[in-house]
Write a protein that binds this ligand. Structure first.
Ligand code: NAP
Ligand code: G4F
Length: 362
């Protein structure tokens, strides 16, 4: 029996969204973390491809569907209660919502917070993945599985650029938990012949990016200043370099991984690395705010060249106990085997985000 046929025989209790009318079978996908940045873009992509899209959402005192609403798809997806720390949720979900493709995007995804919540981060980002894999192998071994691995696993990089074969050296509890999740996914693939793939994704951003991540913090701060605000943006390490792409491009790569006959692991990256400082300048230029940078270390500041107003200052509170100084990926395997290519470069990304935040402040 196909997952779609099984699904039509089982009771389900979605928290939002209607169960579809029975009829011609559509491919079905489940997305954990559907309320997050990538979850929302992936849901949109799969809906556009004709999938029936289910997603997991944590119980919360407030409605967390803002990103799905922004994309205009909140009423097109079927949402279920799901917390990755709760095995009973995962078991019931996989038993009652059989799907063709299962994308695990849920995570405590903020690296900075992982030093404050190392156990929780390990539970969700590491053990949570083992919970899903073991339930899938038991109840739905034919389901194709995607794990959201990360360039943070490279940490103190052992080679430049980083690719699928580069050894991991995580620098945070987040990176360590994701490395466990990556290895356990590879292990279940090899042990139980599962179609389980890991996307080793370098940083990807968008106007839907969470406000605490550096790119969004920068573009929101600049938008407020451009609209007359006078609070400078306080940042940590301005010299760290990231390989930044657009989230909308990266979810296409996730989907392509699960369309391959054989599972595998793929880096998705642009191949260009940029210091935080330059991302600030690109975003500021998009708002007609040319910057001058002066000073070093914690005394470094950026000012608006036209007005002399201070725009950025350094606050050591945002330094991390251990830093990932440089990330730059080599996505040639994904280019060759998946035909995947990023379409938005870092300047285009900074411009897109800064203008979206500027419009939102209006
Ligand atoms: P995000 O916006 O922070 O979304 C994370 C999602 O996970 C949210 O929907 C969140 O739900 C959910 N979640 C958190 N804890 C959970 C739990 N205990 N149980 C169930 N759901 C939980 O992150 P993102 O940027 O979309 O990233 C998606 C995935 O890719 C994450 O696994 C991240 O670690 C990984 N990744 C991201 C990047 C990047 O640059 N964006 C790069 C590499 C890998 P709430 O809405 O309730 O918080
Ligand atoms: O934007 P960030 O917080 O992203 P980070 O740590 O690279 O993690 C993101 O990308 C990973 C993939 O490599 C994902 F796995 C992860 O889930 C997440 O999406 O920080 C980027 C850099 C860091 O070097 C940080 O120290 O920016 C530096 N930074 C400087 N000032 C800051 C700040 N980061 C934040 N969040 N806030 C600052 O004020």
């Amino acid at each position: 029996m196909t997952p779609t046929a099984i699904a039509q025989t089982l009771p389900q209790t979605p928290i939002f969204g209607c169960l579809p009318a029975t009829g011609a079978p559509r491919r079905r996908a489940f997305i954990t973390g559907i309320t997050g940045q990538d979850g929302a873009y992936l849901a949109q992509l799969l809906l556009d491809k004709g999938y029936e899209v289910h997603g997991g959402m944590r119980r919360s005192a407030q409605d967390e569907r803002a990103r799905l609403e922004t994309l205009g798809i909140a009423d097109q997806v079927i949402l279920h209660d799901l917390d990755l720390t709760e095995m009973t949720n995962i078991f019931r979900l996989i038993r009652t919502v059989p799907v063709d493709e299962f994308y695990n995007l849920a995570a405590q995804s903020f690296v900075g917070a992982s030093w404050d919540q190392p156990l929780y981060t390990g539970d969700v980002n590491g053990i949570g993945v083992a919970r899903i894999l073991d339930t899938l192998r038991t109840l739905a071994p034919e389901t194709r599985f995607y794990q959201a691995s990360t360039s943070e696993m490279f940490g103190l990089v052992q080679a430049v650029p980083q690719m699928e074969t580069t050894p991991f050296y995580p620098r945070s509890p987040y990176g360590a938990a994701k490395a466990y999740a990556h290895h356990i996914t590879v292990n279940y693939r090899e042990s139980f012949d599962m179609h389980a793939s890991c996307g080793i994704l370098f940083n990807h951003e968008s106007p839907l990016r969470g406000a605490e991540f550096v790119t969004r913090k920068i573009t929101r701060g600049l938008a407020r200043i451009a609209r007359g605000g006078n609070a400078p943006i306080q940042l940590g390490n301005l010299s760290a370099r990231r390989d930044w792409g657009f989230a909308g491009d990266y979810v296409e790569g996730m989907w392509r991984m699960l369309q391959q006959d054989a599972p595998g692991d793929y880096v998705l990256a642009t191949g260009i690395t940029t210091p935080i400082r330059d991302f600030v300048s690109f975003a500021a230029e998009a708002l007609d705010m040319p910057l001058d940078w002066r000073g070093d270390g914690i005394d470094e500041v950026a000012t608006d060249r036209r007005t002399g107003r201070r725009v950025v200052e350094v606050n050591p509170a945002f330094f991390r106990p251990a830093e990932v100084e440089l990330l730059v990926g080599d996505a040639s395997r994904a280019r060759r085997q998946l035909g995947w290519r990023p379409r938005v470069d870092v300047r285009g990304l900074a411009t897109m985000m800064a203008r979206a935040d500027y419009d939102a402040v209006a």
